[in-house]
Design a binder for this molecule. Structure first.
Ligand SMILES: *Cc1c(COP(=O)(O)O)cnc(C)c1O
Length: 366
């Protein structure tokens, strides 16, 4: 059986090192906001080329805390509109709602699955105050164009990089644009994954960083002095210690994903399958390798019969979810087509070339 993502194999490579870290954290007697978190914040800020990194509980909270931070700074107000891609994982949209802001959905480009920047301007109203760009499947959204629209309309830019750690220029765009901030998730299945939940905000904006440091810890900078209405969303020492071990291998892991993606793209030959678009000038980190096909159920069944596990990212678009009943009648035909046709093939740093050979061979016989 070729697993979609063999998380056990990915983490077993670190078994001895993880156990040493566990012992060291255990013996330290300090489990929340200690030296491992501090070290990770320094390491990840350096890796991203940003001034600040704030470890938080998960990727969703990283997004929510960015928005809440901007509200505390007076840069956003409850009820402001935020442009978000209609084609995204639901967390992006939930984050906007949790901060009492109003998501305005914009269709993606069918080729890249990321937000179509040419459609953003017409959705901008006097209430629009920010754009949330999502780098879906590990491919960067068109940040140059998005930053330009943001500058022209005086909008903040927030980036959801939960699927794109190491994709160069989500970090760079944050550096170029002082108004920008980036959310990461370390959910176990992401390119940099913990053994539980974890997340981080990276930014060059020192005011924002300062507020988020307080917000994640009950709104408190000094113990028992609460300056903001905060939350409890902290990266814990143990997860940070594991991430410190894994971060040095992230670039090599991403390169391994690209090698597999290159092989899939050059060797899968089927007129029934649409392969992903990859702008080679950007370094796609292939969190997911997503193909499209008309009869997805049939292809997924065929692959399963041949012992190849696949997944669907995602089967139901956010605006068709029961949770968003008030959106259910809206029409986003490109988003809906993508959700009908996408299928994710196995890809990971621990997948062997023999396994890639086999997936290609089976697909070419379909
Ligand atoms: C995983 C993910 C999130 C949320 O991250 P969690 O750590 O699960 O909260 C947000 N946005 C996108 C695009 C994601 O893939």
């Amino acid at each position: 059986m070729i697993k979609f993502l063999d998380l056990k194999k990915i983490n077993q490579a670190y078994e001895t090192a993880f156990q040493e870290k566990l012992k060291s954290v255990l013996d330290s007697g300090w489990y929340i906001l200690g030296k491992e978190v501090q070290e990770f914040e320094t390491n990840f800020a350096n890796y991203c080329g940003t001034r600040h990194c704030i470890g938080v509980g998960n990727g969703l909270d990283a997004l929510v805390l960015i928005f809440k931070g901007y509200i505390q700074l007076g840069k956003l107000q409850k009820g402001d509109e935020v442009i978000v891609p209609a084609n995204t994982y639901i967390a992006s949209i939930l984050a906007v709602l949790q901060a009492d802001l109003v998501p305005v959905l914009v269709e993606p480009k069918l080729e890249t699955y990321n937000i179509d920047s040419s459609l953003i301007q017409r959705k901008v109203t006097p209430k629009t105050k920010a754009i949330l760009a999502v780098h879906l499947y590990g491919q960067l959204a068109e940040m140059d164009k998005i930053n330009k629209i943001a500058t022209e309309n005086d909008l903040l830019v927030v980036e959801d990089a939960a699927q794109s750690h190491g994709a160069i220029s989500n970090q760079k765009s944050a550096v170029k644009n002082q108004q920008s901030s980036v959310a990461h998730s370390f959910y176990p299945g992401k390119n940099l994954g913990a053994l539980g939940d974890g997340g981080a905000v990276v930014t060059d904006d020192s005011d924002l960083a300062k507020v988020i440091i307080a917000l994640r810890n009950y709104g408190s900078e000094t113990k028992y002095h609460n300056d903001f209405i905060g939350v409890n969303s902290r990266l814990d020492e143990l997860q940070a210690s594991f991430l410190n071990l894994k971060l040095p291998n992230l670039d090599a892991d991403n390169e391994r994903r690209r090698v597999i993606a290159k092989r899939y793209i050059s060797e899968i030959k089927s007129d029934k399958i649409i392969l992903p678009f990859w702008d080679l000038s950007k370094n796609h980190v292939f969190h997911l390798f997503v193909i499209r096909t008309k009869d997805r159920g049939d292809l997924q069944h065929y692959l399963m019969e041949n012992s190849i596990e696949t997944m669907i990212h995602y089967p139901i678009p956010p605006h068709k979810q029961k949770a968003f009943e008030y959106w259910n009648d809206l029409s986003f035909p490109i988003t809906e087509k993508i959700h009908r046709e996408v299928l994710s093939l196995p890809i990971s740093p621990v997948m062997t070339m023999d396994e890639v050979d086999y997936v290609v061979k089976v697909l070419n016989k379909y």
